[in-house]
Ligand binder design. Structure first.
Ligand code: F6R
Length: 615
């Protein structure tokens, strides 16, 4: 994880790097650091804490001159978060300065070798080992910095995106990538380096995304020299035009990114289906799918791999694909799938779902499925990220940057894409009547306005949050399509409020969790119109007769549950299969308000990071 930023050009590097780090803080926020170089002196400042803590220290401690600089925001892997373990890390001579996102797995062996050769280490990090290895190679082989980086990285096992400079080379930054993302922004006579394009979006729309096992030597006023790390082959880089704009990555008047992203859902769901869903004409057109329809229709089964919230979207898809397209679906935690010797054949289609497109376990699952001959399809949000490049084909969700660590709009846009795929396949396979197909299409098109309506309950949900903010445990129940929504609601609450919450299929409750029910246990039940409505009502009665407190998500106009439940959160009526797109909204808002009331850091909850690029 971690975020890295670099700049070389004619402007002051400090404000660019500081702002960049603030935008990348979603990648890690337990410590931060910066190194600036004015051609004579290197100024380095780093601290445990957030980028705002770094900013305060920089003001007091260093001179911010310099038009070359690198910065880092950390999510600790090797070594506790403290000042010393923060990046950048110096080499022993003090000439090389390096930032790193990733893990050097064989760092202990390398460190042992370097210790024998007289190197000393002040931190516990694998990063300090790497910068000294590069220094050692540079000295012993008498080579330039770029070559030394290449030779050193060939001795390294693990994952990295690195940026470093040499005090003796005031016009050069060297970067390299394997497994962690790295983008290079190309301006006029200036270059930017970052974990994603957000730090440089106001300066340039042109970027190169390095591929794995590539490095680049970036010199002020010159062409970028991209090379393969393994054999030093020169590469002609592809310069991509970016779609992101500055407004998309700012809070736009909301108190938190999470709230902004919750409220963006009506428009981003529309963005997800725009140009792809032509309801009046009965057409669904997904660029990445058109050439591979047969892979899906001939598949023995679909295996969905994902983590966290994306895994919950996969569970919703299992219901939709099986119900409409009649294709067997298995949904797997990517972290389990990759290590359990799964049976995968060439007749399987594997769908990898990931907001960031960088989740290490999902990426490993993609690689495994490819090795075993399956066709692998990606559903990702971040354009140009690793998973879309590793999969055979795929669809972007177009939700725009999701900055809040708790995933919200990624979930609903993933479901939107999966729904379109399922509908398209159902139509081609003839597994649903055409009239039903048209009805589903029209209903999907109405979902943004229904989400908009569900958001109107915000104030009422805030009042419910006020009542329950002091509770230690929550239970979330749902059935059918809304069972995954119960899981997602519980995940949202625990990750941002730190309140324990469990999601359960409502009918399973009597096989254990019902023992937990008493007057202190709030139970959030998704009880909207569905085939299981009566059964959910019975489940609610079971809870009520044990003095449980019910907060129910109900369809507008519901009278039955309204009578029994203690509190209700209304959502507009929609088809059962599409209901997760609206029932998830009040649950997102409930967790948001409780977290705010408890003074939690909503956008950056403790111990988490936005993209989990480590195992
Ligand atoms: C929860 C959350 C995580 C992610 C998970 C997968 O709110 O954000 O559970 O869903 O880490 O991340 P992606 O989708 O980027 O692969």
């Amino acid at each position: 994880m971690c975020g890295i930023v670099g700049y070389i050009g004619n402007r002051d590097a400090y404000p660019i790097i500081l702002n960049g780090l603030k935008r990348l803080e979603y990648r890690g926020y337990d410590s931060a650091g910066i190194a600036l170089y004015d051609g004579t002196n290197i100024q380095l400042c780093k601290t445990k804490g957030k980028v705002s803590d770094l900013e305060k220290r920089v003001k007091k401690e260093i001179d911010t001159k310099g038009s070359l600089g690198i910065g880092h925001t950390r999510w600790a892997t090797h070594g506790v978060p403290n000042d010393v373990n923060s990046h950048p890390q110096y080499s022993n001579s003090g000439n090389l300065v390096l930032i790193h996102n990733g893990i050097i797995e064989n760092y202990a062996t390398i460190k042992e070798e370097l210790l024998k050769r007289g190197y000393t280490f002040s931190s516990e990090t694998d990063t300090e080992v790497l910068v000294n290895l590069i220094e050692d190679v540079k000295k012993n082989e008498n080579v330039k910095l770029g070559k030394a980086v290449q030779i050193a990285l060939n001795q390294v096992v693990g994952a990295y995106a690195i940026a470093l400079f040499d005090k003796n080379k005031p016009d050069e930054i060297v970067v390299a990538k394997l497994g962690s993302p790295l983008a290079i922004g190309i301006g006029d006579d200036e270059f930017f380096v970052a974990s994603d394009a957000s730090p440089f979006i106001e300066f340039t729309n042109n970027a190169i995304y390095l591929e794995d096992e590539e490095m680049a030597i970036i010199r002020k006023g010159r062409e970028i020299n991209v090379r393969k790390i393994k054999d030093d082959r020169s590469v002609d880089p592809y310069v991509q035009e970016l779609e992101m704009n500055l407004e998309q990555i700012e809070k736009g008047g909301y108190e938190h990114f999470m709230l902004k992203e919750i409220f963006e859902q009506p428009s981003v769901i529309k963005d997800t289906y725009r140009g792809r869903l032509l309801a009046n004409k009965g057409i669904i057109k997904l660029g990445g799918l058109e050439n591979y329809i047969k892979k899906f229709t001939n598949a023995d089964r679909i295996i969905i791999v994902a983590c966290g919230t994306s895994w919950h979207a996969g569970l919703v898809a299992e219901y939709i694909f099986e119900d409409w397209a009649r294709i067997p679906v298995e949904v797997e935690y990517a972290s389990e799938f990759r290590y359990r010797n799964p049976i995968i054949t060439e007749k399987d289609v594997v769908i990898a779902i990931s907001q960031s497109g960088e989740t290490a376990d999902t990426l490993a699952a993609v690689k495994l499925a490819k090795e075993k001959g399956a066709f692998v399809y990606g559903i990702c949000n971040v354009v140009g990220s690793t998973i879309p490049r590793e999969t055979h084909s795929g669809t972007y969700t177009h939700a725009g940057p999701e900055i809040g660590v708790a995933s919200t709009k990624a979930f609903t846009t993933q479901i939107t894409v999966l729904t379109m795929i399922a509908l398209k396949l159902a139509k081609i396979k003839g597994t649903i009547p055409y009239s039903d197909y048209m009805q589903h299409l029209r209903e999907l098109e109405l979902i943004p306005s229904k989400v908009e309506e569900a958001l109107k309950a915000n104030h009422k949900i805030e009042e419910i949050a006020e009542i329950f903010k002091g509770v230690n445990n929550f239970l979330y129940l749902g059935r059918g399509y809304n069972f995954p929504v119960a899981l997602e609601g519980a995940l949202k609450l625990k990750e941002i409020s730190y309140i324990h919450a469990e999601g359960y299929p409502a009918a399973e409750m009597k096989h254990g969790p019902i023992a937990l029910i008493d007057e202190h246990m709030p139970v959030v039940v998704i009880a909207v119109n569905s085939n299981h409505y009566d059964k959910v009502v019975s489940n609610i009665q079971e809870i009520k007769s044990r003095k449980g407190v019910i907060i129910a998500v109900v369809t507008k106009g519901d009278t039955v549950v309204k009578e029994i439940a203690d509190y209700i959160m209304e959502v507009p009526n929609t088809e059962e299969a599409l209901s997760p797109l609206v029932t998830t909204i009040p649950l997102q808002l409930l967790s948001y308000h409780i977290a705010v009331m408890l003074n939690r850091n909503v956008d950056q909850p403790r111990n988490l990071a936005k993209s989990v690029t480590v195992e």
